[in-house]
Write a new protein. Sequence first.
Length: 553
Amino acid sequence: MEQRRSILDAILDNIGDAVVLTDGEGRVVRVNRAFEDLTGHSGAALVDAAAGNALEMAEGLARVVRATGAGRWVGTLRCAGGGDCAVELRISAVDDMGGVAAGYLGIVRSAEGLPPEPEASRFGHDTLTGLPNRDIFVDRVEQALLLAHRARQSVALLMMGLDRFSLINDALGHSAGDSLLVEVSRRLRKCIRETDTAVRLDGDRFALVMSIADVDDSVIVAEKVLNAIKEPFAVDGQEVVVTFSIGIALYPEDAPDVESLGKAAENALHFAKTSGRNQYQFFSKDMNQKAKVRLDLEARMRRALANQEFIVFYQPKVSAEDERLVGAEALVRWMDPDRGMVSPGEFIPVAEETGLIEPIGEWVLRRSCEQMQGWYEAGLKPVRVSVNVSARQFRSRTLLDIVKGVLTETGLDPRWLELEITESMLMNDVEGVVRKMAAIRELGIGLSIDDFGTGYSSLSYLGRFPITTLKIDRAFIADVDTNPKTAEIARAIIGLSRGLNLEVVAEGAEVVGHVNFLRSHGCHTVQGFYYSKPLPPEQFEQKLREGKVSRPG
Ligand code: C2E
Ligand code: MG
Ligand code: MG
């Protein structure tokens, strides 16, 4: 034993390579002479890690060893005298038993004069932001769990996504989006300790892995991140404000391994997004259940699209003056063979999230145009059909081509088509929205603002949008006959529409009192249960034949 040690000493002190030995936690156990020459630190100072630069280097080494494990690392270490030395470190595990190393052996070379690593070839790093990427993410989390397990500590995994990043990409272009991501990464790095890892997963999604002594530690970091990101960014000379949503899951409290920890954090992130964004949410068991339901719904929707389980209902729009049928809103229904009719309120939001809204929306558009053209060709007098376009569809670059294509394929005269978009879509990027609207209007179709009055859009912009119709949200119609304040708002919206020369439609008129109010205040087009519920195609065809929707009773 004694002899082996002196042989080892002799080897260590006579080879030219700088060598460092650490324990399993990365604490320096000994270094050789070449190491002392290279770094200027004495071995004793490093082992004691007493203070100052020796402490900084010892801690730096420990971090590198813990984060890298066995492998290669290139970076800087704090040498004696306070300067940073560029080094290359090749680390091997010693007495590795089932992934738990008793110690590490590091061979250090000066990286001074070595060509800098081209970013693209740094394995496991994102070329844009320089952060570690998905390739080494799992590894890092695994290591963190292992260490935490031994130290009886916890690990917090924070999954983070920028809110509405695609809006910025669409509005300012991809290179602006890229510079934003670079700046976001820089701010992220500032929020964390060096022992924590920030990762760019893909697109606008990031993750943080940190060992924590207390749940509060993760709250502090999450709040720091939210605040750091909230500060305006300067991108291409423009000020841009973005927010983060963060999902947090804890090991071992929420999940026992990397995979389930990742899923739990994903679920929490989803919850943060759907609870209004710009916030963090901790994972809860309840979320898992909700996530299952969502996944299940998504799979069923895909099947429904393939199996043609969707159907379009039409709700008549009626002239309050003479009960003439003047239009129809196309409203999608899902005839689920297992569950019966599913209302759009249940599946549209999930379709929107998953992107399925794009094929579903396209299908509704095509079907509505096809049916209206079919009725026209059967000799019926057509009415204008209004098709709802969701936020995601409206943003999509393909919307215009899809609408053009559908009009050509079906042969429907564009004046019989109107698109409904909700007010909340108008709030960002006014210029872009105006351009898109103008292109839509150019096709000869109408444009309506749905649910008007609920989206808090700035009235000053309203005049700039090339729209044709305002639809008063049904919240303002519900008690228009009994509540003087609501009545005043409804009156104001009607006046506003007339002033801007827009058609005004009231939705959700249920009782005669609503209709009387609307008629006497100059809102001529009324949609609601009072006249008719949304109807399946064959029943709507009957109304089209009659040209009138008589009041019940
Ligand atoms: P929306 O566009 O505001 O449609 C009006 C909703 O009000 C419809 O609900 C309609 O059935 C309901 N409604 C009509 N009259 C009355 C009434 O007198 N009283 C009450 N209480 N409700 C009335 P529906 O069909 O369940 O649709 C809900 C929402 O789902 C729609 O709101 C729309 O935002 C969305 N949606 C429906 N179909 C589509 C579609 O094809 N594509 C997209 N993107 N969204 C759709
Ligand atoms: Mg609508
Ligand atoms: Mg509406």
